[in-house]
Design a protein around this ligand. Structure first.
Ligand code: MN
Length: 296
């Protein structure tokens, strides 16, 4: 069975599971979720053979949307606690390489099949393997209480983690032929912050073009300033793991402790733990953990 028939078969099974799940949770028939799922079922049943790439993309996008709406729905309901959709989190070393959402040659003539094959199968896979290895090594360090190599592994964690997360976003940011857009609140936001879509696009391209050496251009949302921003990442790590949200941070610049502690940073760190406002940390965690992407 080829990859796409396998995917469709999985979609059928998933659809069945979702129906059973809504029934077992006694979600009323009037609920929007049933409407969406029925629409999805109809779409599945109406699929022609063989499937076009577009059919598959449609399927995938719809399934993603329904899955997210279900999470939202049950989060609001709050009556059944931790249902499986909310509960899945990856164990250390549990990352997998996501399939490309389209065939290798689908982005031609703009990006060649050869590039896509190497980029996805070789480079992206190496990031996934490297991230798993880093997470497991760090877990081992904790278990054995041996942190002598923690700088090395934390660096690996950032390098491979950013590589894996950014490529996972990158593949799905693209689609053969592109779509018309942006629409809705995104275009409103772009127009209001960057003045116009044309200026945003120009700015983004300039930023990408002027990156020194390897790197990424990123359009990001800043929850603090509540506007979009365009950033550069050189290589893609320098100790950050893109696609993560800070919860608890400690400033160990010398200006933060030197007047009082001189070179005794260790003492400063030890004392700092006596000052934590866990209410604040919990709040940040609660808010941040509301944001969930499909796990890979
Ligand atoms: Mn790449």
């Amino acid at each position: 069975m080829d990859r796409f028939s396998k995917y469709v078969k999985e979609m059928f099974e998933w659809n069945e599971e979702m129906r059973d799940f809504l029934e077992s949770e006694k979600v009323g028939e009037e609920s929007e979720l049933w409407g969406k799922l029925n629409g999805f079922t109809e779409m599945m049943e109406g699929l022609g053979h063989p499937l076009s790439d577009l059919d598959l993309l449609n399927l995938q996008t719809k399934a993603d949307t329904i899955q997210q709406e279900m999470e939202e729905y049950f989060k609001r309901k709050q009556v059944i606690g931790d249902i499986w959709m909310m509960g899945t989190s990856l164990p250390a070393g549990g990352h997998t390489l996501p399939d490309l959402p389209y065939p290798y040659q689908a982005l031609e003539p703009y990006i060649s099949e050869e590039i896509m094959k190497i980029h996805h199968d070789v480079h992206h896979r190496a990031y996934v393997d490297g991230l798993n290895k880093a997470e497991l090594s760090i877990k081992k360090a904790r278990e054995e209480n041996d942190f002598s190599l923690i700088n090395y592994w934390t660096r690996e964690l950032a390098f491979h983690g950013s590589g894996h997360y950014l490529h996972t976003i990158f593949w799905k940011n693209m689609i053969p032929q592109g779509t018309v857009g942006p629409h809705g609140s995104l275009i409103t936001e772009i127009n209001s912050y960057f003045s116009s879509f044309e200026l945003f696009q120009k700015h983004f391209s300039e930023v990408a073009n002027r990156i020194q050496g390897n790197g990424w251009a990123l359009l990001v949302w800043s929850p603090r300033s509540r506007h979009l921003e365009i950033l550069q990442a050189e290589n893609h790590h320098f100790f950050t793991q893109w696609d993560t949200i800070p919860i608890l941070v400690l400033d160990v610049w010398e200006h933060a402790y030197y007047l009082q502690y001189k070179n005794n940073r260790k003492q400063y760190i030890e004392n700092w733990w006596k000052l934590i406002n866990w209410n604040d940390v919990e709040l940040r965690f609660e808010k941040a953990s509301e944001l969930k992407w499909q796990e890979f």
